[in-house]
Write a protein that binds this ligand. Structure first.
Ligand code: SDX
Length: 371
């Protein structure tokens, strides 16, 4: 038995949800480029959960179900105020809050298809409210309730700022949600599948996935990219900064990928969004700096930008606080986690790989007085 570090190249399961073949990403066979340009996030949620695009009435029903389930009970919101609110990272708050959500659902342990679908709607709907409510409560602001007349992306921005978002902001945020929804067997999705393969519940599966996404090698990279851009400060400093980091053998967040070799197809959409939104805000420096960082990095390492690199300047241009970038990744990716959890339940087998033992050979026990 020989182990493969990080399970690189290991095919751990079969799935018909998303595919990454020759650097092309599809959700149920639909190319991400077509979905990013044409589909709403709600259409993608339906596609991932039902493995086909919705008809108009099915999409309308899903939108209504999500909006109707977005509100959080007051006792839940009061719970945020018990957190050490100024010290808690929003991803840690989200991990705890999703776990708490399960306590309030009296059907959390019901494994019927109907109950699991209800949990899916509950999680997808409330995760947006949890992230925005926490972001406001930690600043001493009251949460903003969702509006029945707004779609998912618009409601998120509205609940975060308390102001009705502009059309261009809604379109950009909706596209970002589409681009982050699913990605084959990435670390957090694999975590979710391992968890529910023990026949544990959906809240446990999503809570464990949030824990995995939080790390800077995975979903946490987007916040680190913004931190890096802020440290660089101006486009003139980009080359020297990157050269110094690489000379020190440091990893540059937002670049490289375990699967993609020629490039992450999502990055080009986010690069274009960054160009448009930073210009709209009169803050082109973030886009220009990103372009200079990409040029300086790829001149030394053949590792193109991944989904996290340009999403940083996109979210910044939408006025979103930097430590909310990874929770936003979770707001989108929970749709993919749920799809994989449902698929795992459909044809389950406990996921239990082996370890290549490298410890000492057989040993005799020695009583403590003789050690
Ligand atoms: C996401 O898996 C998914 O699908 C994830 C995701 C999704 O949608 O779910 O796409 C989202 O998580 C994107 C990745 C976000 N993370 C980052 O941007 C963090 C920075 N990137 C790296 O840590 C790294 O590229 C990973 C974690 C993304 C991939 O790591 P691997 O496959 O384990 O590669 P590695 O660390 O073994 O690196 C191979 C070589 C090394 O050089 P050598 O030691 O062989 O000389 O490439 C180098 C690394 O040092 N390298 C980098 C680098 N990434 C790899 N060097 C500098 N900066 C980097 N970013």
């Amino acid at each position: 038995m020989t182990s493969t570090r990080g399970l690189e190249g290991v095919v751990a399961t079969q799935s018909s949800i998303s595919s990454i073949i020759d650097d092309t990403l599809t959700y149920v066979g639909y190319n991400i480029d077509e979905l990013a340009d044409n589909a709403s996030f709600e259409e993608v949620i339906y596609l991932l959960w039902h493995k086909r695009l919705p008809k108009m009435d099915e999409l309308t029903e899903l939108k209504q179900q999500l909006t109707a389930n977005m509100s959080l009970p007051q006792e839940f919101l009061n719970h945020f105020k018990t957190y050490p609110i100024d010290k808690v990272h929003p991803m840690s708050a989200l991990r705890s809050a999703v776990s708490l959500l399960g306590l309030y659902d009296d059907k959390s342990e019901d494994m019927s298809d109907e109950a699991n679908y209800a949990k899916a709607i509950n999680l997808q709907a409330k995760i947006a409210t949890i992230v925005t409510a926490f972001a406001r409560v930690r600043k001493g602001l009251e949460p903003v309730a969702p509006r029945a007349d707004l779609g998912y992306a618009a409601n998120f921005l509205y609940m975060l700022s308390g102001k009705e978002p502009e059309e261009i902001e809604i379109e950009a945020f909706d596209k970002a949600l589409v681009l982050h929804a699913d990605h084959e067997l990435n670390a957090s999705t694999f975590t979710a599948r391992v968890c529910v393969a023990t026949l544990s519940d959906m809240y446990s599966g999503v809570t464990s996935a949030i824990g995995a996404l939080k790390g800077p090698l995975h979903g946490g990279a987007n916040e680190q990219v913004m931190k890096m851009l802020s440290e660089i400060g101006s486009e003139e400093n980009a080359e020297a900064y990157i050269q110094e980091k690489l000379a020190n053998k440091e990893k540059i967040m937002g670049f490289g990928h375990r699967v993609y070799r020629q490039g992450d197809p999502r990055a080009k959409h986010l690069r274009e969004m960054s160009k448009q939104l930073t210009k709209l805000r009169g803050e082109e420096k973030w886009y220009n700096m990103s372009i200079r960082v990409e040029a300086a990095f790829t001149a030394q390492k053949n590792l193109p930008p991944n989904v996290d690199f340009y999403s940083a300047s996109v979210y910044h241009s939408l006025g979103i606080e930097h430590d909310l970038f990874t929770p936003i990744f979770a707001v989108s990716r929970v749709s993919g986690w749920i799809a994989h959890i449902l698929e795992q339940y459909e044809n389950n087998r406990l996921i239990r790989p082996r370890a290549e033992y490298t410890g000492p050979g057989m040993q005799k026990y020695i009583p403590i007085e003789d050690r």
